[in-house]
Design a protein around this ligand. Structure first.
Ligand code: SF4
Length: 418
């Protein structure tokens, strides 16, 4: 229930899916308590959940906060997340660094209690986000210390949610009407139930039996940590309860670069995983992250990764031009790649990935897909298939209700359902 005596809040979230999920959870909780959620231009308090994974990410957070402070000097600012203590140039009213994340809600509500609305507005009474997909955080932290990555320094050692709580939460989310739950974490493959010690694959087995109609989607998953064959077989045997979709942060396919990155697999390992996906889950949505221009990457090694992308049926890619992160070993490596060359390699990776993506989308024409229609905008309704293919649907389809449809054409990167 919205309350115009409570200050109005605006949220802005930067960074990974885990950050997004944390922020959505807090936003939902505060909305339930009656706090109006509004655009920052109308807010009394601006809550920014930040990311510090790269230096440009910190600069982006700083730029936003500076602009907000300049344009709305009376606005209160709360800054949480990995950059909470890194933004020095802007006066922040409350900082909640990662180490205090468990107390986020208590610290924030205590702060909010000291604030009254500056600009009572006729605010809409339905602040709760209307969504069909919910993120469920099951794990946080990582201790793998890849050479380029600041995450273990910021988020600390892995911790996991108890499985019984995850199962209960999933059941509750389905009961609330969510059609898809995205399992999210910093490093999902490190999941261990704190009581029994079982791993992510066993958690998935139990989730398949949770009461409710919806489906599960696995968030980004480090390759070659779990028994990938067992995982892929389980997805195939779940008959759609677990979306046929895998997103692997592979980063490179060149063994010498993987070694420099301190990744724990080789190209042969990656091929084994992908071959198993192709054999056991044909048509599966297959995403990957790639880093272009990691220190020590030669033009030949970059080409190895480009060729690797061209050899497998990837349906999506996030290509990150390498950016130096102070405090990581890679920042001090010799053989840093010049920026223009980093961008050239990123472009090659994106082009190779795009060719594969369009090829896989064309292959999906004429095959049944399970799609969740999203909100209709300007008379056009889109939706996402279990494989994470974007679909355009007739506006008459009901939002949020999973349906089986067969695409008849492809326009750009969108499958057309007529
Ligand atoms: S596995 Fe590597 S890249 Fe992933 S969070 Fe851990 S250190 Fe970072």
């Amino acid at each position: 229930m919205s309350n115009c005596l409570l200050p109005a809040l605006a949220f802005q979230t930067f960074g990974c899916r885990l950050n997004q999920a944390e922020s959505e959870g807090w936003q939902s909780e505060l909305a339930t308590q009656g706090y109006p959620i509004v655009p920052w231009e109308e807010a009394d308090i601006f809550i920014v959940h930040s990311c510090a994974v790269t230096e440009p990410a910190v600069k982006e957070v700083t730029r936003l906060l500076r602009m907000a402070r300049q344009q709305r000097p009376t606005l209160s600012l709360i800054l949480s997340g990995c950059a909470a203590e890194l933004v020095k140039e802007v006066a922040i009213d409350l900082r909640i660094p990662h180490t205090k994340k468990p107390e986020w809600m208590a610290l924030t509500t205590a702060f909010l209690a000291t604030r009254t609305p500056l600009t009572p507005l006729a605010r809409a009474a339905s602040p709760r986000p209307t969504r069909t997909r919910a993120a469920l955080i099951i794990q946080d932290g990582c201790d793998h210390f890849c050479a380029y990555c600041i995450v273990p320094h910021l988020r600390g050692a892995p911790i996991s949610e108890p499985a019984d709580q995850i199962l209960a939460r999933a059941e509750a989310l389905f009961a609330q009407g969510y059609e898809e739950i995205v399992l999210t974490g910093c490093h999902l493959a490190l999941y261990r139930d704190p009581k029994s010690g079982f791993d992510f694959i066993e958690l998935l087995r139990r989730l398949i039996d949770v009461r409710g109609e919806g489906r599960f989607r696995i968030g980004s998953l480090e390759p070659c940590v779990l028994d990938d064959r067992a995982l892929i077989r389980l997805i195939a045997a779940s008959h759609g309860r677990i979306c046929p979709f895998l997103h692997f942060p592979m980063q490179s396919a060149a063994d010498e670069v993987l070694r420099l990155m301190r990744r724990r697999y080789t190209q042969t390992d990656l091929r084994r995983v992908l071959d198993t996906v192709c054999e056991t889950l044909p048509g599966c949505g297959l995403g990957a992250d790639w880093i272009a221009g990691h220190p020590g990457e030669t033009p030949e090694a970059a080409q190895v990764t480009t060729d690797f992308i061209s050899a497998y049926p990837f349906t999506g890619a996030h290509v990150f031009p390498y950016s130096k992160r102070e405090g990581t070993p890679a920042a001090t490596f010799p053989n840093q790649v010049p920026q223009n060359e980093i961008l050239r390699r990123a472009k090659c990776l994106r082009e190779a990935a795009e060719v594969q993506r369009i090829r896989q989308l064309q292959a999906a024409i004429g095959k049944p897909l399970e799609v969740i229609p999203e909100q209709c905008r300007a008379g056009v309704r889109h939706g996402w298939s279990a494989e994470r293919f974007r679909c355009r649907l007739p506006a008459s389809f009901e939002r949020g209700k999973r349906i089986w449809v067969t695409p008849t054409a492809l326009e750009g990167d969108t499958l057309i359902i007529s």
